[in-house]
Design a protein around this ligand. Structure first.
Ligand SMILES: [Zn+2]
Length: 423
């Protein structure tokens, strides 16, 4: 039995009216133990003076971030003092299923910004000594000062961002979440801080930042310009930044707002990585189309299995496929752990044709599959979308795939036919 899919939502209507579905879920699932918002926000600092420890950054160089210019080596150099460790966060893991989502699990926070702060003399002011990002694979950090020891004071500030490419912010203040490690004094040698855990009331922000790195790497792989930006439409130094607003008490969320260009999430929404990535997928669609979005009428209560309109089904299916492709499955997972399988065929008891979200989503995933007709990835499709702005799936398939040199016969036609779409 499919749950009512109400997470996804787009555009203007959804953002103007709020998301009833998210509010319902939040009310139903409010958990004891989730403390009220107590986001400890540090002052915004001037990144222009930052140096970077490129070696600790798991992400490839993020050229758009001023913080990443003039990077000194991270390691080496006798007497340099480093703070090392692994950044982690606790979270509810919807992908693990409806039973396990109730428990907390721990994940490493990959690709998140750190800043090394300290004083280099007893009477000196605190200064920013280095900045970088946790490793994209294992969440480790190695933050090194150019100064030789001993240092009077040293600490790390972690921020809910990845350079200037994506961030999670408080919806009211629009400040990134951040927290400090203990302020160490009289540091004569490097220290291993072990596992550093993000504060419980901020954990959703860290999960958002961690999860978006998976999408960034796949989207950037399709960027033909070689820039660090999400799409072809900007160049290094001017990349568009993906902003998520979230707080542990937010009751409105689960949509991308093309007006503000924010993804807005409610308190429990980040429990599902699919939900995070679906909404990011709407933003990616908007970015690939160079700040344009297809008309998506009749999308207020869209579902995977019921026919809506061509524009609604196309935009929602693309977002579904972005989430599943990024995570390497064929699912959509709700924040309560329930899920929908996007595999379907003519015997599946869904509506048929190209106005059905789940039919298009399943088609896209099969076209992008490792053994699929589009070259084993979504790269050529994203490049198509960066050049041609399809109003719906029919236009994408019948008009722009031929222009982009992607096949529309043979296995491609069999794939969409298997999902009840026939052109
Ligand atoms: Zn959506």
């Amino acid at each position: 039995m499919c749950p009512q899919p109400r997470t996804a939502h787009l555009p203007a209507a959804a953002s103007a009216t709020g998301d009833v579905g998210a509010g319902r879920r939040a009310a139903a699932r409010r958990r004891a133990g989730v403390v009220p918002a107590l986001a400890v926000l540090t002052a915004v600092v001037a990144l222009a003076s930052c140096s970077s420890s490129g070696g600790t950054s798991g992400d490839r160089a993020v050229g758009s971030a001023p913080a990443d210019t003039g990077a000194p080596p991270t390691t080496g150099g006798p007497g340099r003092i480093c703070l090392t460790g692994t950044l982690a966060y606790d979270h509810h893991d919807a992908e693990a299923g409806p039973d396990k989502v109730k428990q907390l699990t721990t994940s490493v926070a990959r690709g998140t910004t750190w800043q090394l702060w300290g004083r280099t003399s007893a009477s000196g002011a605190e200064q920013l000594l280095a900045t970088g990002r946790t490793d994209q694979h294992d969440g480790r950090f190695e933050a090194c000062s150019d100064q030789t020891g001993p240092l009077p004071e040293l600490h790390l500030t972690f921020r809910s961002s990845n350079g200037n490419l994506w961030k999670a912010v408080d919806p009211t203040t629009r400040a990134e979440y951040s927290f400090d490690t203990p302020h160490l004094t009289d540091i004569a040698a490097s220290r291993d801080l072990g596992t550093v855990k993000a504060p419980a009331e901020q954990q959703g922000a860290w999960k958002i930042v961690d999860t978006l790195g998976d999408l960034y790497r796949k989207a950037n792989a399709a960027n033909t310009t070689g820039s660090p930006c999400w799409t072809d439409h900007q160049s290094a130094g001017g990349c568009d930044e993906l902003t998520f607003t979230w707080s542990p008490t937010a009751t409105k969320g689960g949509f991308f707002d093309p007006e503000s260009r924010d993804v807005v999430l409610a308190a429990e929404d980040p429990d599902s990585r699919h939900l995070i990535l679906h909404e990011a997928g709407h933003w990616l669609h908007f970015e690939l189309s160079d700040h344009w979005f297809p008309d998506a009428p009749g999308c207020e209560n869209h579902t995977f299995e019921v026919a809506s309109t061509g524009g609604c089904a196309w935009t929602e299916a693309f977002a579904d496929a972005v989430a599943a492709y990024t995570l390497g499955d064929h699912r959509y997972v709700y924040s309560d752990g329930q899920s929908v399988d996007l595999h379907n065929d003519p015997t599946t008891t869904w509506d048929k044709g190209d106005t059905v979200q789940g039919r298009i989503g399943g088609s896209l995933l099969d076209l992008w599959a490792a053994d699929g007709p589009d070259g084993g990835s979504w790269n050529k499709d994203l490049q198509l979308m960066a050049r041609y702005h399809a109003a719906d799936f029919r236009e994408y398939f019948t008009v722009y795939r031929p222009k982009a040199g992607l096949p529309t016969t043979g296995p491609s036609r069999q794939i969409i036919g298997g999902h009840t779409i026939d052109y």
